[in-house]
Design a protein around this ligand. Sequence first.
Ligand SMILES: [Zn+2]
Length: 172
Amino acid sequence: MSVLDEELIKVANLFGSEDAVAVVRSLKKIGEATDEIIANDLKTVKEVRLNSVRKILYKLYDHGLVSCTRVRDEKTGWFIFYWRLQPDQLDAFIRSRKKRALDKLKQRLDFERNHTFFVCKTDLDIRVTFEEGMESSFKCAKCANQLESSENAGMITVLEARVQKLEAELSR
Ligand SMILES: [Zn+2]
C-alpha cells in the first residue's frame, strides 16, 4: 500500500465505518463513478447498500474530500452524479488533523514535564499530580492506600518521539 492509500484509509476510518473505507478504496480504483457503479464494484468485496454508498459520498462531499459532476441523462431527464476523490483536499484535511493532534501532544508533553505524579500500586487508573495528591494527603481515592511517586521519564520519551514524528510529517 502506498502512503496515500494508508492515509486514505485513515481518513475513511474517521468517517466511522468499514463501508466508508470500502467506498473510498473503490473510488480510488475506478477514478470517477456513480453511486451505482461503486455499489456494484463493492459487491465482489462486501455488500454495501446503495443508500449507504450515497450517504457516505455525501459525507465525504461535505468535507470536500470528493468532488461531484452532474450530467443530465438524455433519456430520463434526470441528473446522474459522478464522484471523484480529491487528493489535494484529502492532503489538506489530513494535515489539519495532524496539526490538531500535534497541538494536543505538545500540551500533554508540557503537562508531563511540569508535574510530578503519584500513583496507587493497586489501582492502575489512579494517577494524580503533586498538587492533587496534597489535597488528599496522598491517599488513593479508591482504596485509601498511600500513593507513591511515579517516574514519567518513559512517558515523556514516548511523547517526544510522537511529537518529532508528527513534526517531521508536517514539514514535508
Ligand atoms: Zn488504590
